[in-house]
Design a protein. Structure first.
Length: 379
């Protein structure tokens, strides 16, 4: 089928599902710490930045049993999607011998294409590879090239945002400064290293910062890097879609903060978040989920690096306007959605806090029903 996806709820026909094969560790370096620090829950371990200069010492290994269980959960999700008559595409495999990527400006570890929602966005008949924010993920969309190339052959448009050089000077570190208030989980970053490739702040933005509502696309902007990415997307989409800026609704991604389940219905983290939504979205009905409970999450050891807040399970996937995939560890959330006449399909996902993504993050919808973007907001 031809590429076609303008929103997050129309009946899903084709999807890319990420893979965790050959995941082994997280690499602690500037871009990783900047990205994950704001999501660190305040009931978790201290998250220091000061590390030994040896790069190997900066790697945070992931225990084999967690990776094995994650692979089990992802493959089970593939089976569930297929049982719903959805065609499932998979990324190319990360070769276990590939340990590092290098550019003129940096070197970094490499991870498989698991959270495929992040580094690209599908808008109608166009694939846009976005400008990455984490060095280890710089070439991640290469694993999606076989799928993208097939859609291109069938008529899809395919664009790539300018790739950032990603020197230390490229990153907006203003939200983590020496003036950070006491109690911040990340030590101040006051030692960016100069590089001959410095060009100043660069555009960096993820697809998971976008809320697609037919003709309207809302984009979360909370750093100067995001603002540059927003400007590029606004100019690129001019005349085709209406682009709107959300000012710091979340630190980066918004799909554990607000999701559209169908026209006129939002899943919103809290009433406080709802008050910050644009007026036109505040008129929609809203579901406020129950607070996460401790027993919904595995208990980890002190050396396990927890990356996401406890709200990660709001990261659900709609496969139609009345059917939604939800983490089976969240019975209260499932009952809440069912009370709003939604059919819930439970999906096991145990270690979402260790791998930085939920069910929505793991998927990139490429074909949904519908032939043109609908105007859900009335101009």
């Amino acid at each position: 089928m031809r590429l076609n996806s303008y929103d997050g709820w129309s009946p899903l026909r084709e999807v890319i599902l990420g893979t965790a094969e050959n995941y082994s560790c997280h690499e602690r370096e500037l871009s990783f710490d900047l990205f994950f620090h704001p999501e660190m829950p305040h009931d978790q371990m201290y998250y220091p930045r000061h590390l030994p200069p040896d790069r190997a010492a900066a790697k945070s290994p992931i225990k084999r049993r967690y990776i094995d269980e994650l692979n089990e959960d992802v493959e089970q999700m593939a089976e569930i999607l297929a049982s719903l008559s959805i065609t499932v595409h998979r990324p190319a495999r990360l070769d276990p011998g590939t340990h590092e990527v290098r550019t003129p400006a940096f070197s970094a570890g490499v991870i498989p294409a698991l959270n495929v929602r992040d580094n690209c966005i599908v808008l109608g008949d166009e694939i846009i590879e976005t400008a990455p924010q984490v060095r280890a993920r710089y070439f991640e969309t290469q694993f999606l090239k076989p799928v993208f190339a097939d859609y291109f052959r069938r008529g899809a448009r395919w664009s790539v945002m300018p790739r950032p050089l990603m020197t230390d000077a490229s990153f907006d570190i203003s939200r983590i400064t020496a003036d950070s208030p006491p109690g911040e989980l990340l030590e101040p970053i006051a030692d960016p290293r100069p590089s001959p490739y410095d060009v100043g702040l660069e555009m960096m933005i993820d697809g998971a910062q976008c809320l697609r509502l037919g003709l309207d696309v809302f984009i979360n902007v909370s750093t100067a890097n995001h603002a540059l990415g927003y400007d590029w997307l606004e100019r690129h989409l001019a005349g085709r879609l209406r682009v709107h800026r959300l000012d710091a609704l979340a630190t980066d991604h918004i799909d554990s903060t607000v999701l559209a389940l169908r026209p006129g219905l939002l899943l919103v983290r809290s009433p406080q978040i709802a008050e910050r939504l644009p007026k036109r979205l505040q008129s929609w009905d809203m579901i406020f989920p129950p607070e996460p409970r401790d027993n919904q999450f595995p208990v980890y050891e002190d050396d396990d690096l927890v990356l996401t807040s406890r709200y990660i399970d709001l990261n659900v996937l709609s496969v139609s306007p009345d059917t939604v995939l939800v983490n089976s560890a969240c019975p209260e959330l499932m009952r809440t959605l069912e009370r709003h006449r939604l059919t819930v399909v439970p999906v096991r996902h145990r270690h979402r806090r260790l791998f930085g993504g939920g069910l929505h993050c793991f998927t990139l919808d490429t074909v949904r029903e519908g032939s043109a973007p609908e105007d859900y907001l009335g101009g």
